[in-house]
Design a protein around this ligand. Structure first.
Ligand SMILES: Cc1cc2nc3c(=O)[nH]c(=O)nc-3n(C[C@H](O)[C@H](O)[C@H](O)COP(=O)(O)O)c2cc1C
Length: 196
């Protein structure tokens, strides 16, 4: 089972991208297969609340765009890594669009299949990597909650969050090789927990 890695920043070579690259490297060092998606390069509309997903059947979401390939990968993954910068105490718009489209997975799980709310059966592990410029105590609280419930829609438990404060310019993370090393190690550890 592959690990899915989601690059959520609009910056290709920014802080969270470098963190995720380190985690992907760590996972690959153990021999794990990793499938990467750069969300800024994909066409993923926001959720339009059509609720065609409520009728079930093939396809789930009525909007046909790059969401389907990402959703399929997430549902089939053995583990997930997500990287997002903090934008106004939340995830990036690219990540939020994907999250909201996963309402179709939520509807399938909790309305159509009628699972008890919050139910995770043999959950897969999820790693969340984040960076913010400031140093507030609650800097990552909102984003982490969103990620927790986003992961739930594809039977994934938030296993670990690595979040770093005080990084703003694109390559500031390079001044902290210890953060990149922590991400690499987390990627290795995650690979050891992949659910098949
Ligand atoms: C639209 C926008 C909103 C932001 N909002 C916050 C914020 O609420 N708190 C914060 O600490 N940093 C905020 N930042 C700074 C980013 O989190 C910071 O630059 C981060 O290093 C970006 O990561 P990246 O290089 O992976 O994109 C914001 C940046 C942008 C562009």
């Amino acid at each position: 089972m592959a690990i899915v890695a989601l690059y959520g920043s609009p910056r290709r070579r920014g802080n969270t991208a470098r963190l995720l690259e380190a985690a992907v490297t760590g996972a690959r060092e153990t021999g794990a297969e990793v499938r990467e998606f750069v969300l800024r390069d994909l066409k993923i509309s926001p959720c339009l609340e059509i609720y065609a997903c409520e009728r079930g059947g093939e396809g789930g979401c009525a909007i046909k765009d790059d969401f389907q390939q990402v959703a399929e990968a997430l549902l089939g993954a053995g583990a997930t890594m997500l990287a997002s910068p903090i934008f106004f105490y939340a995830v990036s718009a690219q990540v939020k669009a994907l999250m909201d489209r996963c309402q179709s997975l939520w509807v399938k799980k909790y309305w159509i299949d009628a699972k008890p709310l919050g139910r995770l059966d043999n959950p897969k592990p999820g790693l969340f990597l984040s960076v913010g410029a400031t140093r507030g105590k609650n800097l990552f609280t909102g984003a982490e909650l969103s990620v927790k419930y986003f992961f739930d829609t594809f039977n994934t438990r938030l296993w670990r969050t690595l979040a770093y404060r005080g990084l703003d310019r694109a390559d500031e993370i390079l001044q902290h090789p210890e953060y990149l090393e922590e991400a690499r190690r987390a990627g290795m550890e995650l690979a050891g927990k992949v659910v098949s």
